[in-house]
Ligand binder design. Structure first.
Ligand code: FES
Length: 170
C-alpha cells in the first residue's frame, strides 16, 4: 500500500479540513475536539499511518495534550502508528461476517500466516473493519482500500495471502 512521506503542511491542511467539517456540522462549541478521530483517520488515509510527528501537531491544533491524542491513537486499533506493509487486508469482523465464519478466518490467518489484527507479516498488514456492505457474501475483506472480496473461507484466505505475498501468485 502506498504511503506518503510526512509533511507538516499537508497534515495541517487535513486538520483544518476536518475541523471545518466538524464546525459545519456541530457549530463552534466543542466541534474542534470532536474532530480528533476524523483527523487521525484522515492522516492515516493520507500518510498510510499516524506518524509519531503528527501527535504534537494535532494536539496543538485542537488545544489538547499530547497524552490525550496518544490515548485516542492507542485506543482505536484501526489506527496504525507504523507504516503498513505493501498490502493491507481489512477483514470484516461485524456480526453478519462473524456468523459466516470471519472469526475462524481471523484465527486461521494468525495461526497459519502470523497475521494478527494490526500486525504485518511478509509485507501484508491485517486490520479489522466493521461492515463493508458485502454481508450476504461474507466473510468479506477489502484489499488495499480498493478490492472487495467475499466468501473468504480458510482456503480462499490462504490463496489471498499467497497472492499478496512476494513470490506468491497475484
Ligand atoms: S458484516 Fe461484513 S460486510 Fe457486512
Amino acid at each position: 500500500m502506498d504511503t506518503t512521506a510526512w509533511d507538516v503542511g499537508q497534515a495541517k491542511a487535513l486538520i483544518e479540513r476536518e475541523v471545518r467539517a466538524a464546525r459545519a456540522f456541530l457549530g463552534d462549541d466543542g466541534a474542534d475536539q470532536s474532530a480528533l478521530l476524523p483527523i487521525l483517520q484522515a492522516l492515516q488515509h493520507h500518510f498510510g499511518f499516524v506518524p509519531p510527528e503528527a501527535v504534537a501537531v494535532v494536539a496543538d491544533a485542537l488545544n489538547l495534550s499530547k497524552a490525550e491524542v496518544k490515548g485516542v491513537v492507542s485506543f482505536y486499533k484501526d489506527l496504525r502508528t507504523s507504516p503498513p506493509g505493501e498490502h493491507v487486508v481489512a477483514l470484516c469482523r461485524a456480526e453478519a461476517c462473524q456468523a459466516r465464519g470471519a472469526e475462524a478466518v481471523a484465527a486461521h490467518l494468525e495461526r497459519t500466516h502470523g497475521l494478527a489484527p494490526g500486525g504485518t507479516s511478509h509485507g501484508v498488514t491485517l486490520t479489522n473493519t466493521y461492515c463493508l456492505g458485502n454481508c450476504a457474501l461474507g466473510p468479506a475483506a477489502l484489499i488495499d482500500d480498493t478490492k472487495l472480496v467475499g466468501r473468504l473461507d480458510l482456503h480462499a484466505a490462504d490463496a489471498l495471502v499467497a497472492s499478496l505475498t512476494p513470490g506468491g501468485k497475484s
